[in-house]
Every structure is written in C-alpha cells, then in structure tokens.
Design a protein around this ligand. Structure first.
Ligand code: B12
Ligand code: SF4
Ligand code: SF4
Length: 345
C-alpha cells in the first residue's frame, strides 16, 4: 500500500474515532456543473431573502477558486437519525413540531469541533501542510461535493442520502493541501420514486432535484424575515422550526443507521404552543441556550408559534394569541391578529 493510501486509511479510522459516521474524499474541481446550477437557482430568485447566497458566488460555485492551494476535499457525514417518527407530532395540533435536527445541541458547534480534531490529527502526520474546515455557513456547496466524494447522492428533495445511512446526516468538510486518493462518486438511486415531492405541504419543488426555497417551510421558519405570505402560513401546520416531511417519507430511511450522538436530543421535543407564545426575549434565550433555535431570535420564533396557533383549530389558544396583538414586533403583532381571526373562523 502506498504512503498516501495508508494515510487515508488511518484518517478514515480516526474520523470514525472522533464520531463521524463516514468519510470520503474528492478533488475541489470535481463538479464543474456546480457553478451553472447555482447561477440558475439565484437567477430564478429561489434563494428568497438569503442574500448571502448571492455574495462570493465565484467561491461558492467553484471550490477550486475558494482556496487554490487545496488538493483534496475530505467530506464527512454525521448521523442524527431520530428514534421516533418525526411526522407523528404533526397530528398534535396544540404542540410545536420542531425539526429533528434542532432537538438538541447546535450541529455547527459539534461538527466543527470534530472537524478541527480530525484536521489536527492530519497535520500532525503531514507536517508543513495546511487545512481549512467548513460546516454549513461557508461559501461551499457541500451536497454536490459530498456526492462527488461518494458519500451519497442528491435525492429529488435535493438533500444528500445514502443507501445505508439514509438521509438523516449533517455534512462537514476539510479542505487540505495534502494530496489524498479520491473515492468513486455516487450515482442517483431515486428511480421512479416521488415520495418526497408528493409529501411537501407547500409544493416547494418546481421539478425533481430542484427546490424553491421561498416556499420551503424550513426557509420560511428559519430564514425569512417579516410576515410570511398568508397563503403559505396556512400550509405550515404546527411546524415552527424547520421541516422534516421530505426526509421522513424517503424509503431509504428504512435502512438508516442509528445516530449515536445523544447531544442532538434533549433540549426540546414537542412543547405546548401556549407555553412558547409566552416567551419573552430573556426566557427564549435561556430556554434555547446551545440550541440552533436560538439563532432566529425570540421575535421570529414567536411569529412562527402564532402561525401554528392559527392553524391549530383550537379555540382554547385564542387568549395566548390575543395577548400578543400589541407586540412591539410588527410581524409578531400581525401573526397574532391572523391567528385570532383564523381561530374565530
Ligand atoms: C441554503 C441552505 C438551505 C436552504 C435552501 C435549501 C436548498 N435545497 O437549496 C433552506 C433554508 C431551505 C434549507 C433547508 C434545509 N436544509 Co439546508 N442548507 C443550505 C446550505 C447552507 C446551502 C445549500 C445550497 O447551496 N443550495 C443552493 C442550491 C443551488 O443547491 P442545491 O440544493 O444543491 O440544488 C441544486 C441541485 O438540486 C442541482 N440540480 C438541479 N437539477 C439537478 C439534477 C440532478 C440529477 C442533480 C444531482 C442535481 C440537480 O441544482 C440545484 C439548483 O437548482 C447547505 C450547507 C452548504 N454550505 O452546502 C445546508 C444543508 C444543505 N441543509 C441541510 C439540512 C439538514 C436542511 C434541512 C433538512 C433542515 C430542516 N429539517 O429543516 C432542510 C431541507 C430542505 C430541502 N428539501 O432541501 C444539510 C443537508 C445534509 C444532507 N444530508 O444533505 C446541509 C448540507 C447543512 C449541513 N452542513 O449539514 N437549507
Ligand atoms: S423541508 Fe418541508 S417544506 Fe421544505 S421542501 Fe421539504 S417537505 Fe417541503
Ligand atoms: S423520497 Fe424517493 S425521490 Fe425522494 S429522495 Fe427518497 S428515494 Fe429519492
């Protein structure tokens, strides 16, 4: 075995030891079609208010331009497979449906720590080389790179899934100047299945493999500022942070391995909507300390809770909504009016 192959095998073992579920390697220039697809997405306005996607496009669309000295991209998957059916909570209309990925600690923190540990391990064995670690927020398109590395394929819902990991995993990457042997890219295994496309409550897929974020509940609850279009609010049900429907219905999840990181659970499950509507800024921060939910702030969070109250069909929740009609945040006050009017029929 060559020295590089031995280093790669030891790196894969170390990746598992630090807690990653799988590691695969590709080159920064492995996906030449990435830039064009990104341009089409942006030109169609599908990013909505996520203006940051329109910045540093030359880097986002071309990982080789982001860091020209990089020779390899080490892609890592970290499982957070739920131990329950995430769709069950949708029938409990007085409760909040919170996306599985946000039930515990923020993955940005946990994945980044692991990436840094693995990166340090590599540098100790490859003196004089360099690394950069990325998870989510950098101008790096993680899904196409992960497919090129062989971690899985982008399904019709656009997320990455794999035949034995399923779809419940986060992605992270280590760019490095070390030249490591690459893996074989994965090919698509969706076939004629359309389960995710049919399951989407807001019709956010204009075509298979394409998402219009402006209609996606994940975008609407986490990224969208100000009032949400009333047509879409009514379709959000009790989903107040993220959405799991297109992942949850995917048949490949029958083969999903269990997630072993317990810190992705335990901060929140399915709390009563009335309790969440009453949170002020300080109580919101205390309750969601360490959770990704904290990032959206109390106002957007309570706005979402009020939409869920409006969709609950539960007149017993009218007082909780009515109490917020005079809220200083205009979107919260608007959501409270909408919820009360809807519950009064
Ligand atoms: C912006 C963003 C969002 C936005 C927009 C999502 C989107 N699909 O564009 C919103 C807020 C909606 C979102 C939601 C979610 N996200 Co998000 N998101 C990102 C982020 C930061 C960038 C994604 C991106 O570049 N989008 C831009 C478009 C251009 O890329 P694209 O989705 O790959 O779409 C292109 C392809 O479909 C391609 N294409 C077109 N035709 C064809 C045909 C074929 C055959 C193929 C292969 C491709 C293809 O062109 C499209 C452009 O039209 C990444 C992290 C990162 N840095 O990469 C996380 C990331 C994708 N999100 C993640 C997660 C977990 C989610 C949610 C599940 C969270 C939740 N439960 O609410 C949902 C899933 C919604 C969904 N169905 O995609 C994970 C996904 C992990 C995985 N296994 O894939 C990531 C990788 C974060 C991470 N580090 O783990 N997200
Ligand atoms: S996350 Fe929900 S709203 Fe967004 S595309 Fe998937 S099913 Fe549709
Ligand atoms: S639900 Fe079906 S179409 Fe959607 S990603 Fe899974 S296999 Fe592909």
């Amino acid at each position: 075995m060559s020295a590089q192959k031995m280093l790669k095998a030891a790196l894969a073992a170390e990746a598992e030891a630090v807690g990653f579920s799988r590691m695969r390697i590709t080159r920064p220039d492995a996906v030449p079609e990435m830039a064009g697809r990104l341009q089409e997405y942006l030109a169609a306005g599908r990013h909505g208010q996520m203006g940051w996607m329109n910045e540093r496009v030359h880097w986002r669309g071309d990982p080789a331009a982001l860091w020209p000295e990089a020779r390899s991209v080490i892609m890592l998957a970290e499982l957070y497979t739920p131990d329950h059916d995430p769709l069950d909570v949708l029938a409990r209309r007085d409760r909040a449906a919170i996306s599985v990925y946000a039930h515990g600690k923020d993955y940005h923190d946990l994945v980044k720590k692991r990436l840094k540990r693995l990166g340090r391990w590599l540098l100790e064995r490859a003196r004089g080389e360099a690394i950069k670690v990325f998870v989510d927020t950098a101008p790096v398109m993680e899904k196409p790179l992960a497919q090129a590395a062989g971690l899985g394929w982008q399904g019709k819902h656009t997320n990455l899934l794999s035949r034995d990991l399923g779809s419940w995993f986060f992605l992270g990457s280590i760019f490095t100047t070390v030249e490591l042997p690459v893996d074989v890219p994965e090919v698509e295994h969706c076939g004629s299945c359309r389960a995710c496309l049919n399951a989407c409550p807001t019709g956010a897929f204009p075509a298979p493999f394409q998402l219009d974020a402006r209609r996606c509940i994940s975008y609407l609850t986490i990224e969208h500022k100000g009032p949400v279009d009333p047509e879409l609010r009514a379709l959000m049900g009790n989903r107040i942070y993220g959405c799991d429907d297109c992942l949850a219905v995917c048949p490949w999840n029958k083969f999903a391995q269990a997630g072993t990181e317990m810190r992705y659970r335990g901060i929140v499950d399915a709390p009563p909507l009335a309790e969440l509507a009453a949170l002020d800024d300080a109580a919101f921060r205390a309750r969601f300390s360490g959770s990704p939910i904290k990032r959206i702030g109390r106002d957007r969070f309570v706005r979402n809770v009020l939409y869920a109250i409006g969709n609950s069909g539960d007149a017993g929740l009218i007082p909780a909504a009515a109490a917020l009609r005079g809220d200083p945040d205009a979107a919260v006050a608007d959501a409270a009016e909408w919820a009360v009017a809807r519950l009064r029929g």
